[in-house]
Ligand binder design. Structure first.
Ligand SMILES: [Zn+2]
Length: 99
């Protein structure tokens, strides 16, 4: 009695559906301390409110320097806005350090 070779149909090596990639730190990756930025909310100089309309215009100037507190910066950014409480217009000036 001779055995006929077994015919295989389909593939048994099909991978099961993987769960969606989870956000955040991968398993086993070390926790690292990343640099943080100190940001102060801009305030209205008339009524001291921090509420504002969305920025109307933004300009940035590439300028390298150091703030009085020692923080280095590479760009000076100006953002035009208006106070939501009293309507006072202002320009928010920020110094950003970009890598
Ligand atoms: Zn105001």
């Amino acid at each position: 009695m001779s055995k006929a070779p077994i015919k295989t149909t389909g593939t048994a090596t099909q991978k099961p559906a993987r769960p969606a990639k989870r956000p955040g730190r991968p398993k086993g990756a070390a926790t690292q301390t990343l640099p943080t930025a100190d940001v102060q909310l801009s305030r209205c100089r008339k009524c001291d409110s921090t509420a504002r309309t969305k920025y109307l215009r933004t300009t940035e100037t590439a300028h390298t320097g150091q703030l009085p507190n020692g923080q280095p910066y590479t760009h000076i950014v100006r953002r035009w806005t208006t106070c939501s409480d009293c309507g006072q217009a202002r320009v928010d000036l920020t110094h950003e350090n970009r890598v």
